[in-house]
Design a protein around this ligand. Structure first.
Ligand code: FBP
Length: 549
């Protein structure tokens, strides 16, 4: 395999580990836990994995690990969207289990949970692992979005796990995948299979966090990658002074990425979906807000600007959200399947309720097509395929024409469009993600060695230098509550949306009017791997603000 100079140098990077995971490791158990909500229901659904204690790894003076050195084989699965650092979680697990006993083996299931169900796997040897240390991507074993939730899948998985003599499975995924990891842990425990299941918090979206999980891995690198690009665009905008750049940022539902990038780059506008929902804003309200900012800047002679738009925005505009819910029902109906209409848009126009039909009719045709396109495996709109940035800029242009005619706007408006998502999901992990992920992997191996199941590996105190980080595990049931999903109440890990009374949003809100009117851009530049710690080991602003008391 040909390698770039950076790849070669970066392969030699030794991730920093918390003190508690260096040398001989000892486990400290906390008090029994309970779920964040709906305790009785969650306890009933998870009788074997409910109420387990929080655990922490602490340095030990002992000569040998309290986990002993029994042989153990481990399987690993990457689930869902790529996130920088996945390869380091896997190398952390590998090094962790080999340290406990060199005879231990690690198997990777290919292309996500489907690899377990369909028995596609590879043994991850030292040679393979060394090729992937500190690299971005999930290509070591690939990823996939198959949901692990049916008993037949659990049983099929069990067969191959038994055949390979695997005693523990690590599922690296987001909130849904970790919820499913917990269901699987409970099932394997209840059926006395002897197989443990451990989760790992992954997603660039940053929405898998709570009192126990400070950040999901990949968020740091993805945001820094996007912020570099946004900073470059800001400098271009401020040099040419002739374009408004509309930049959509990934994140599916939550606006954590857009908010973090705003804190990093101080754009003229950054929309936060959670706020738009809270204020019950319509699409027109959002357009008016942007158009007014364009007009105000034009009045000062600034016919340029940068606007950040979170990917999930349209689902948070209450009227559009209602429309999407009805579209989902109509598109999955037997009537739609039987009619198989040649013109989907016209068919929907005729079927929509009186409330939703005018909202649908007001959308440009291209956008209506995207909104009614193929759903993801969970029946959700694929927000990454919807060009919200173009919709907004077209609507803003129309609004500005009207304002011009009414003498409320004098200026020129030309828009450029960008969508940053895939650009950052496989970037080479920042030092933070490289260290954090490696520690998560080692932590997972130590949890396994102690027979834990139904836990997620965690690392806390992450705004301190890495050797002061605290590694351990949290019972997954502790993070659960009951929520309605596809019409049924289900136990799920609570998704973390942007908190409007949280420090990151408040810090942004206190400055945004200044950024909107004036040109206050900041230029974060590319991720640095070598150099002063304040540059190379910096966390996200979100994490710094959330963890500063
Ligand atoms: P995960 O939640 O699985 O980590 O994926 C996040 C994400 O990157 C979203 O930000 C985005 O909407 C989606 O994946 C895109 O999915 P796909 O890779 O299937 O296009």
């Amino acid at each position: 395999m040909d390698k770039s100079a950076l790849q070669i140098a970066r392969a030699a990077y030794q991730p920093k580990l918390p003190k508690g995971l260096q040398g001989v490791v000892t486990l400290k158990e906390g008090k029994p836990t309970q779920s964040v909500g709906d305790q009785d229901e969650i306890k009933k659904l998870f009788p074997n994995t409910y109420g387990l204690p929080l655990v922490e790894f602490v340095p030990s003076e002992d000569k040998a690990s309290d986990a002993g050195n029994k042989t153990m084989n481990v399987g690993v699965i990457l689930s869902g969207g790529q996130a920088p650092g996945g390869h380091n979680v896997i190398s952390g697990i590998f090094d962790g289990i080999k340290k406990l006993n060199p005879a231990n083996k690690l198997y990777g299931f290919l292309l996500g949970p489907a690899g377990l169900v369909n028995h596609n796997y590879v043994e991850l040897t030292a040679e393979i692992i060394d090729e992937y240390r500190n690299t971005g991507g999930f290509d070591i074993i690939g990823s996939g979005r198959t949901k692990l939730e049916e008993v037949e899948q659990f049983e099929s998985g069990l067969k191959i796990l038994k055949e390979l003599n695997i005693n523990a499975l690590v599922i690296i995924g987001g909130d849904d995948s970790n919820t499913n990891a917990c269901v699987l842990a409970e099932y394997y425990l209840a059926h006395k299979t002897g197989i443990q299941v451990i989760g790992c918090p992954k997603t660039i979206d940053g929405d898998l966090k709570n009192d126990q999980i400070e950040a999901s891995f990949g968020f740091d690198t993805a945001c820094k990658t996007y912020s570099e690009l946004i900073g470059n665009i800001e400098r271009d905008a401020n040099s040419a002074k002739k374009y408004w750049h509309f930049i959509k940022l990934m994140g599916r539902s939550a606006s954590h990425i857009a908010l973090e990038c705003a804190l990093e780059t101080q754009p003229n506008i950054a929309l936060v979906s959670e706020e738009i929902q809270e204020k019950n804003m319509s699409l027109d309200d959002v357009v008016d807000y942007i158009a007014q900012a364009v007009a105000d800047r034009a009045a000062e002679g600034n016919n340029f600007g940068v606007a950040l738009i979170p990917e999930g925005l349209i689902e948070f505009i209450p009227a559009v959200k209602k429309l999407i819910a009805e579209l989902n029902d109509l598109l999955s109906s037997a009537e739609y399947a039987n009619d198989a209409p040649a013109d989907r848009i016209e068919w929907l126009n005729n079927k929509l309720s009186a409330d939703n039909a005018p909202v649908f009719a007001s959308l440009p045709r291209a956008f209506a097509e995207q909104l009614t396109g193929e759903r993801d495996p969970h029946g959700n709109v694929q927000v990454s395929l919807i060009e919200t940035e173009k919709l907004l800029s077209q609507m803003v242009a129309k609004k500005l024409e009207k304002m011009k005619a009414a003498g409320q706007y004098v200026g020129k408006f030309a828009a450029q469009h960008h969508f940053f998502g895939y650009e950052g999901r496989c970037a080479a992990p920042s030092n933070f993600d490289a260290d954090y992920c490696y520690a998560l992997g080692v932590s997972a191996s130590e949890l396994i060695a102690r027979g834990k199941t139904g836990y997620m590996a965690i690392v806390k105190n992450t705004t301190a230098p890495a050797d002061q980080w605290i590694a351990g595990g949290v019972p997954i049931t502790m993070m659960m509550n009951m929520e309605r999903r596809s019409g049924k109440m289900k136990p799920v890990i609570r998704k973390a949306l942007v908190e409007l009374d949280g420090k990151p949003f408040k810090t942004f809100a206190a400055q945004r009017d200044e950024w909107k009117k004036n040109t206050c851009y900041t230029y974060p530049g590319p991720i640095q791997y070598w150099g002063p710690a304040e540059v190379c080991d910096r966390t996200t602003e979100t994490l710094r603000l959330e963890q500063t008391k």
